[in-house]
Design a protein around this ligand. Sequence first.
Ligand code: MN
Length: 178
Amino acid sequence: MTDPKAPLPPTAGLSGGLLARKGSAAAQGFAGAPALEPPAGPPPAVAAVPVPPAEPAAGPRILIVEDNALNMKMMTDLFEGNGFRALAAMNGPQALMLARAERPDLIVMDIGLPGLSGLEVTRRLKADGGLCAVPVVAVSAGARAEDAAEARRAGCDFYLAKPVPISRMLETVAGLLR
Ligand code: MN
């Protein structure tokens, strides 16, 4: 029932790895720049410690497209509090620009946007060869079955009707990033 991947816990592992690596390197006296390639010989004992990417220690990046400042704040806090990195766009053109520049892992798309609608933004993203594989979760006040169907036709991978329970949002995002 409960998806074990829903609350992603990457921070504990990452910080643990960083601490372990820092200590091990100091103990071995590796003061110089890190080697670009692993040594050819048998690995030293510290190789058993998983080495996380040096920068940045963070989870998947989610582009949140939302024109309501309060909703944006709530979703930013929600995702950043659960191991994701949040990128924020308040309108369609900004969403397209950020998506192309940052290549997020997933996009949460408010359908009701001033000017360019979330549906139109999604159509353009899905027509972009470099971005069409990025999952788009539509979030809309529309509760009719027709709204969900329209979002699907525009290319949205998932549809959530507002108000969206926090657990449902996290489960949906984790499921699409799996
Ligand atoms: Mn809106």
